[in-house]
Ligand binder design. Structure first.
Ligand code: SAM
Length: 227
């Protein structure tokens, strides 16, 4: 599927954004080994510039995280793609994201699954991301304010759980909310440096593998770090 050349709603801010996004997909994602065409299509379609402050919009397709206020960041596009690919979302899936931030990752996931539940602990970020997602016409993302380190029990089990903040460990509550065969993608390690881990639930047991080294803002909460 090719993105509409006129771009999705919210694209009007600048005529070069679709081109910048296509370049991002080619040079930052495909060239670095992201192979899942559905994931590449999703990142080619979602207007990242709509999720950052207008003053930062010209930087939106650069190869780095960007500040979104409150000491938080929108993740680097490559990291969003890598984590999404590791999650292996299917069209019928129910997914959980911990750490909504700007809402960008949730928007990417919304194109790849039936429904996305996403939790953020900072109310102002929930409010802002809710507005952006609504403006883009995204209706299969459900949001709430809260501590996602213990998951979102009401809608469990999930076929995939993506944690967009660095955790000291794999929170047992998150593993417990995975469906059989489901995958948890989570950066774990110290407050300053982590490794991306992929945990698959098989017969009730955890099968783990490690991906790349990474640096995320801390997961703050009951099963994360103290504030
Ligand atoms: N996925 C986001 C995006 O696309 O913009 C980026 C997430 S940012 C790297 C990490 C987010 O996790 C921050 O907004 C932070 O407030 C949030 N966070 C940290 N601890 C949390 C917790 N226990 N529950 C929910 N959100 C949390």
């Amino acid at each position: 599927m090719r993105p509409d050349p006129s771009g999705p709603p919210g694209e009007r801010a600048g005529p070069d954004y679709p081109q910048a996004r296509a370049r991002m997909v080619a040079t930052q994602l495909r060239a670095r080994g992201i192979r899942d065409e559905r994931v590449l299509e999703a990142l080619a379609a979602v207007p990242r510039h709509a999720f950052v402050d207008p003053a930062l919009a010209p930087e939106a397709y650069s190869d780095r995280p960007l500040p979104i206020g409150h000491g938080q960041t929108i993740s680097q596009p490559y990291m969003v793609a890598l984590m999404t690919e590791a999650l292996r979302p299917e069209p019928g899936d129910r997914l959980l994201e911990v750490g909504t931030g700007s809402g960008y990752q949730a928007a990417v996931l919304s194109r790849l699954a039936r429904s996305v539940f996403t939790i953020e602990r900072i109310p102002a970020l929930v409010e802002r991301s809710r507005e952006v997602l609504a403006r883009l016409g995204i209706t299969n993302v459900v949001q709430r304010v809260g501590d996602g380190s213990t998951g979102w029990h009401t809608h469990a089990p999930y076929q995939g759980i993506l944690v967009a903040a660095g955790s000291p460990r794999i929170p047992p509550a998150l593993f417990g909310q995975l469906a059989e065969g489901g995958r948890l993608v989570i950066p774990t390690g110290s407050r300053d440096a982590q490794v991306l881990r992929i945990v698959t639930r098989r017969g009730g047991s955890a099968v783990e593998s490690e991906s790349v080294a990474c640096v995320f803002v801390p997961l703050i909460g009951e099963e994360g770090w103290r504030e």
